[in-house]
Design a protein around this ligand. Structure first.
Ligand code: PLP
Length: 409
């Protein structure tokens, strides 16, 4: 179901015309649909209802506190990778027994914080990390529940910069090292090994790599004879950014996990990010200039790569649509660019676009995941506002950073 869509020729966020919002709030700004967020969370939950998973929303994909509070109300836990994310999850009211702490480079300070807050699992990524967690737990006289992260050497068939489960990636332990650590962990008396976790990458559009992962996890359970209380299958489920992408078959994935659960009785954890928030938001931006050089039109927006980094970082595709669609078209090569002094500050190249003029607004679509969280102050530009729409109501959920704040800090 789509809550951000064209109605006649007018882009609407739920029941509000985006053009009206663009006149009310200073552009550029992120604009979310609450109904879309709920729709995504409940569809995920529903697809897996037979196995009653714990859904730990991956905060790295979007850490806006208002959205986290909404997700908490829906029953979500959190997957965090830093002290900041952990404290943000707690601040949003998420129960610490629904928080998993992942990440390849947790510092001593972060480990202490996670132990003191008694999170559900700290997912360890190396033997040295296990030794450090054990030492800190011992000092604090605590037994810490931990998971161990597998690097299965399975290709997720996604962009190389968002692949995390290959043998050359820094994440997790390979099969042999993981089996060895499972044995050695018995000597680390302040650790309780409750979980096995794996996350092979993001924007995965086929169920096949997940099937391979489940086969390997099953093999590890047989080999180690450990009844892991939790199997954490990470996130990674892809969404459709363009009409060309294959839609991920969630029901097929659910069937595979159900089959796995019948054999290995355990609590499944998922850490979805993109699937939950990806299509909940558009970035609304104003056309500042249209300039033509010899062979193309540059449409210069007031949003730049500091506001949305994904196209520059991952060559990611985000469709751009005018807030008010004109049936006449600009014909030729068109490039949507930002104001930043980098040639990579480019959102999209395409041929033909509905006629548009300076001062008009456009929406860069599907920016809810890895949008705001990757934003920076590059070129000394302030972080922008975030707006949440619910039905015909809208509210500011993050204030635009003031120039004063930017300049003085
Ligand atoms: N879990 C871990 C450990 C991750 O590194 C990530 C993202 O890279 C996620 C979950 C969320 O992935 P996605 O947004 O693709 O669902």
């Amino acid at each position: 179901m789509n809550f951000i869509r064209l109605r006649k020729n007018d882009l609407c966020i739920e029941k509000i015309s985006a053009n009206i919002l663009a006149k009310k709030y200073e552009t550029p700004f992120y604009c979310y649909s609450l109904s879309q967020l709920k729709n995504n969370f409940y569809s995920f939950n529903n697809a897996f209802r037979a196995i009653k998973p714990l859904i730990c929303f991956s905060i790295k994909s979007n850490s806006n506190i208002a959205l986290l509070k909404e997700l908490k109300k829906m029953g979500s836990g959190a997957d965090v990778v830093s002290a900041g994310e952990l404290l943000r999850a707690i601040k949003a009211g998420i129960n610490v027994k629904k928080i998993v702490f992942s990440g390849v480079g947790k510092t001593e300070k972060e480990i202490k914080l996670a132990i003191k807050n008694r999170v559900l699992l700290i997912n360890m990524e190396s033997e040295n990390e296990a030794i450090l967690i054990n030492k800190i737990s011992n000092k604090l006289s605590k037994i810490t529940t931990v998971g161990i992260r597998l690097n299965p050497n399975i290709s997720p068939k996604t962009h190389k910069k968002i692949s995390t489960g290959g043998k050359n990636d820094k994440f997790g332990l390979n099969y042999n090292d993981l089996i060895n650590l499972c044995r050695k962990i018995k000597n680390l008396k302040n650790l309780k090994l409750d979980g096995l976790s794996v996350h092979i990458g993001s924007q995965i559009t086929s169920v096949k790599p997940f099937k391979q992962v489940l086969t390997m996890v099953d093999k590890i359970i047989t080999k180690t004879k450990i009844d892991f209380k939790y199997i954490d299958l990470g996130g990674g489920i892809g969404i459709s950014y363009s009409n060309k992408e294959k839609k991920f078959d969630l029901s097929q994935y659910a069937k595979l996990v159900s089959k796995f659960i019948k054999k290995n009785q355990t609590q499944i954890i998922f850490e979805p990010g993109r699937f939950i928030v990806g299509n909940t938001s558009v970035l609304i931006s104003k056309v500042i200039y249209i300039k033509k050089n010899s062979n193309k039109y540059f449409i210069v927006l007031d949003a730049g790569m500091n506001n949305l980094m994904r196209p520059a970082l991952y060559e990611a595709y985000h469709k751009i649509i005018p807030l008010k669609k004109n049936n006449n078209r600009i014909k030729g090569n068109i490039e949507f660019v930002g104001p930043i002094c980098e040639s990579s500050d480019k959102f999209l190249s395409q041929r033909n676009f509905p006629k548009i003029k300076e001062g008009d607004y456009v929406a860069i679509t599907d920016v809810g995941a890895y949008g705001t969280v990757l934003a920076s102050n590059y070129n000394m530009r302030p972080k922008i506002a975030e707006i949440l729409v619910s039905g015909s109501k809208h509210k500011l959920i993050k204030k635009r950073q003031s120039l004063e704040n930017l300049v003085n800090n």
